[in-house]
Design a binder for this molecule. Sequence first.
Ligand SMILES: [Zn+2]
Length: 106
Amino acid sequence: MDDHKHIRDTLLTRKQALGERISSVKADLAQQRPADFSEQVTERENEDVLKAIQQESEKELASINRALVKIDDGEYGICDRCGRQIAAARLKALPYTTLCVECADQ
Ligand SMILES: [Zn+2]
């Protein structure tokens, strides 16, 4: 289980960065400025981008939390859906993934 310590640290660091990013996106979204029509369009586009970033970040954060639970349960690297071992290369690229490549493609 010692080899999971590094992964755990990586996940915790990433978790903190995501938490900060989500907070700053939420703060930006909360800033509603009065604007004329053309500015409102730009504002609207910015808002969509920010919301997309927020959604992606929250999704990744949820995966990280799930991966951390799996480390604690001694199930890290096991696919949530099919129960098979997730390929090491995939875990290296996406340490927070909880699905094997086949299940993630579905
Ligand atoms: Zn699977």
